[in-house]
Design a protein around this ligand. Structure first.
Ligand code: MN
Length: 401
């Protein structure tokens, strides 16, 4: 697929994140104005609320809201119509009076009101590596893992937008003589992609994988910050709790499913056939390079296509009990790790549980230290353009004992 040229010059930069092919949605504010919806184009933001006020497009007034939930709730036909209209308005040769704001002047906010947050565990490499560290190689991969997406119901209340500082948590840790109360000493990141559900499903109704695909509005970068020492002490038998509640950072830009469509591809090879309710009619993954930096140094880099379960399969499984989904539901993919050490999406794996330090800017390191800054990035590469997500960043603040 080739670059769609725009009259916004910076959108035609082959190394830019936001060509006209992308058009991710976000929520921004400038000066003393309130938050409203926008779309990124090159180094600018299209003020979608102002566009609608000028009659350039029709989104039922939802773009004046400080979250994209209202727009998402209008449904897929409206998503497609607005995307087509925006593409026409911004294409080279068009010269409408489209209100643009320099991205550098804008503050970016959480793009959605997160109604619920569920996090999964869908990279076989990650599940195996972490399983070895927590339970040994014999019990590393749980027996159900290749048959169903494993997840836990997380907290929507602790999801924050990129740039929000993350406080090192206090927690109950396993000590030599019984539990101790201390700052986490094994604070980690998790490199993930978050799927944003843009449609409701009714309680008691099951959604198949193809229907689930149609419910996904788009994707954000997602860092599922994790306190590994808290996790190791608390997680059996009901799974992670306070170890994952300290904060979850998402990127400010929702890259739509439509923008990623040209990059759709298959995922990891299946170990065994899946039950029919998890069968997919079309491949549910994307050829998306994804990675993370620590204090500016690239640490891990892999491809989203290493994953075993797609977001649509996770969503279908989520409704298998009749659990209703809501507009604004956020589904974390699970840590994205390839097979080799430099392809891992968490320090737990990269350092083999803290035993094998990595070098960061010349210093040996295991887990995150106060002041550290972690940034996630992702890119899909087309012919003469790339689809970027913008940075997803967080800096660690010291614990409050
Ligand atoms: Mn996670």
């Amino acid at each position: 697929m080739a670059l769609i040229r725009s009259w916004v010059d910076s959108a035609n930069d082959p190394n830019g994140a936001f060509p006209l092919n992308n058009l991710p949605y976000g929520v921004f504010s400038v000066g003393g104005g309130g938050p409203r919806c926008g779309a990124a184009i090159g180094e600018m933001i299209v003020d979608l609320a102002a566009c609608e006020a000028r009659g350039l497009l029709d989104a039922g007034g939802t773009f004046a809201q400080g979250a994209l939930n209202g727009f998402m709730a209008l449904g897929r036909d409206r998503w497609d119509a607005v995307r087509a209209r925006l593409t026409a308005l911004l294409a080279e040769g068009a010269a409408p009076d489209v209100p643009l704001v320099p991205m550098a002047d804008a503050a970016l906010h959480l793009p959605i009101r997160v109604t619920e947050f569920t996090d999964f565990y869908a990279s076989r490499n990650h599940a195996f590596n972490v399983g070895v560290l927590f339970r040994g190689p014999e019990n590393a991969l749980p027996p159900q893992w290749t048959h169903m997406p494993i997840g836990y119901n997380g907290r929507a209340s602790s999801v924050v937008v990129s740039g929000t500082p993350i406080r090192r948590p206090m927690g109950q840790l396993r000590g030599g003589n019984g539990p101790e109360w201390a700052p986490s000493r094994r604070l980690d990141l998790e490199l993930e992609l978050g799927a944003i559900v843009g449609a409701d499903s009714a309680m008691g109704s099951r959604v198949n994988v193809e229907q689930a695909e149609d419910m996904i509005f788009g994707y954000v970068l997602l860092n599922d910050w994790s306190a590994r020492d808290v996790q190791a002490w608390e997680y059996q038998p009901l799974g992670p709790f306070q170890s994952k509640a300290l904060g979850t950072t998402i990127g400010p830009w929702i890259v739509t499913q439509a923008a990623l469509e040209p990059f759709r591809c298959t995922g990891a090879d299946r170990v065994n056939p899946l039950l029919p309710y998890l069968a997919e009619e079309r491949p549910g993954f994307y050829d998306l390079e994804i990675g993370w930096t620590l204090n500016g140094q690239v640490m891990g880099r892999t491809n989203y296509s290493v994953m075993y379960y797609s977001s649509a399969q996770q969503l279908a499984h989520h409704t298998s009990s009749g659990c209703p989904m809501r507009v604004g539901d956020l589904l974390g993919s699970g840590t994205i790790s390839g097979p080799s050490r430099d392809q891992t999406g968490a320090l737990l794996e990269m350092t083999e549980g803290g035993k094998v330090p990595v070098t960061v800017n010349g210093e040996p390191r295991t887990f995150l230290e106060d002041g550290d800054e972690v940034t996630l990035f992702a890119t899909a590469r087309g012919d003469g353009f790339r689809i970027g997500f913008g940075p997803c960043t967080g800096r660690i603040l010291p614990a409050r004992p």
